[in-house]
Design a protein around this ligand. Structure first.
Ligand code: NG6
Ligand code: CA
Length: 530
């Protein structure tokens, strides 16, 4: 049902009106903080040091709305994440801003929709797609004195094109405002399969330089199409190029033998880096962005987790991710800083079971529904493309825990965290972000009234209404086996009333043509925003 409030907002000259209100409210709050600081700078600096909360963002890859036991999964348990859910706020209508990884991360770190920069899934040798001369979320937090790190999967490109992996690789996260970075440069299924620490590939032997190609076969590594006997799991054609650690990847890599990662070591490697960063930063406010490789393909869980979920490698990767989360949270507790840390736990897009590797995840999934009853999944315009679990904890600052149905997009982290850190934003900074901090801290407070969702098309939520814009473009060849219909891509507009039809089965556009038109106009207004 459309609410009275959202009807008013629909009638408003447009979305810009909503944004202006949100912005002016936010500015007045942070303006007050700046004024306080001017009056008594010493007091303010002191209180900043002692009270600014640390921020940890756990960003799981491809974890669906139904993929945690605190979100209805019964086949396996995620006790560490569930403990956060029990203590904090468990959001039921929170969304990644897009249905795939690169656009979601782009939006979170810039506060701008990915379509403004044509940010789509990137190859592993793509240039950095965020302009490092412009504001970013980590730069914004540094203005408030935060030490910042990103540890995990990047997938936002690096360098300016034709990266030489044997020299300093930049610009990258350091130029975007992270003080420290330890990365999977793109994804686990894309070359180069090496860690990048700050500007350099870890463990590289200068006598065995790395070259990467996404155009043609290079080097003497075997490839999946020719040597299936070397593979731990077979894969589709797209994932059947260079074989590294028994897994064929997208793209070819020559050299760099000593720097190759071992997929099964990921949980220890990344968790240890995060623990070290926490130990070194415990005396200052810090922000740790911890984007997991899990539960993305290829799923190669460590032997501690392999076979433990009963659902194949995908379920095992969920257990591994839960363990890693627990380890990082334990370290915050050990250092006595957990209470003063705002933790956001969420996922970059909805779930996918078969994403190119034949790892038995389809066969062994049983009754488990990764989408938790919503339609679609990763890549999809339907709700499960972006509706993901989200949990917030912050013992010192949470006003009311419990379940929250606030409508929130991860693009809102930018302005919400600015408010939390007391940073005043420049005109035009993070234009698509809304300050939803009150809802992040109190389960009874509402979030957005409207929210854009990006996939191969654009969709918009307005309260419980969901409108999907007609799609006339083309999808990549590899997506052809996942049909357009399954992904919500249709030539006709679609409108769903989620209050009655949460699974988006009945397109009611014919019954509500004016509303559909208004929602399309709203999308057009957002697109026109500069
Ligand atoms: C696709 C890959 C898929 C996955 C995805 C990115 C093929 C056939 N599929 O191109 O396996 O890597 O890109 O996933 O190549 S994401 O979560 O990083 O967006
Ligand atoms: Ca993803």
């Amino acid at each position: 049902m459309i609410t009275k409030k959202s009807l008013i907002s629909l009638a408003c000259v447009g979305f810009a009106c909503l944004l202006t209100t949100a912005c002016s409210e936010m500015k007045s709050d942070s303006g007050q903080a700046a004024q306080d600081e001017k009056q008594n700078p010493l007091v303010s600096v002191k209180s900043q040091k002692s009270s600014k909360p640390n921020i940890v963002i756990f960003y799981v890859d491809d974890l669906g709305y139904g993929d945690l036991s605190s979100y209805g999964m019964t086949q396996a348990q995620t006790p560490n994440v569930d403990a956060l859910a029990k203590e904090g706020i468990r959001f039921t209508d929170s969304h990644s801003s897009a249905a795939t990884c690169t656009p979601s991360r782009y939006s979170m770190l810039t506060g701008q929709y990915a379509f403004r920069n044509n940010a789509a899934i990137l190859p592993g040798d793509a240039p950095l797609i965020i302009d490092h001369t412009k504001p970013t979320l980590p730069k914004m937090l540094k203005r408030a004195g935060y030490k910042t790190a990103v540890i995990g999967k990047w997938h936002l490109g690096l360098g300016v094109g034709e990266v030489n992996w044997n020299e300093a690789v930049k610009p990258g996260p350091l130029e975007l405002g992270f003080d420290y970075s330890f990365l999977i440069p793109a994804t686990g299924d894309r070359v180069p399969t090496v860690y990048l620490e700050n500007h350099h590939v870890v463990g590289l032997d200068k006598n065995d330089p790395i070259t990467v190609s996404y155009k043609e076969r290079i080097g003497d590594r075997p490839v999946g199409t020719e040597r299936p006997d070397l593979l731990k799991q077979t894969a589709d054609l797209q994932h059947s190029a260079s074989i590294i650690n028994g897994v064929s990847r997208i793209g070819w890599m020559a050299g760099g033998k000593s720097a190759e990662w071992v997929d099964e070591d990921f949980p220890f490697v990344f968790t240890n880096k995060a623990i070290k960063f926490i130990q070194e930063s415990k005396n200052e406010p810090f922000m740790l962005f911890f984007p997991f490789h899990d539960i993305h393909v290829p799923r190669s869980p460590n032997k501690m987790f392999a076979g433990k979920s009963g659902m194949g490698p995908r379920g095992d990767a969920i257990l591994q991710m839960d363990w890693m989360t627990g380890k990082v949270v334990d370290e915050l507790k050990k250092q006595g800083i957990y209470d003063n840390t705002l933790i956001i736990f969420s996922s970059d897009n909805g779930p996918v079971v078969d994403d190119g590797y034949f790892d038995q995840s389809v066969e062994l999934i049983g009754d488990h529904d990764p989408s938790g009853g919503y339609r679609g999944g990763k890549y999809s315009a339907y709700e499960s493309g972006t509706r993901v679990p989200m949990i917030v904890t912050y013992p010192n600052g949470l006003k009311k825990s419990g379940e929250s149905s606030a409508l929130i997009s991860h693009i809102d982290f930018y302005k919400s965290l600015a408010e939390l850190a007391g940073v005043e934003l420049a005109e035009g900074e993070a234009i698509d972000s809304e300050n939803v901090l009150p809802a992040l801290l109190d389960s009874t407070i509402a979030g957005r009234e409207d929210m854009l969702e990006e996939s191969f098309t654009l969709s918009i939520r307005s309260g419980d209404w969901k409108y999907i814009a007609p799609f006339s473009g083309s999808t990549p060849d590899w997506l052809a086996n996942k049909t357009a219909i399954e992904n919500g891509l249709q030539a006709e507009p679609q409108l769903f009333d989620l209050s009655k039809d949460a699974a988006e089965q009945n397109n009611v556009v014919a019954q509500h043509p004016d509303l559909a038109q208004m929602l399309q106009a709203k999308i057009d207004q957002i697109k026109a925003l500069k």
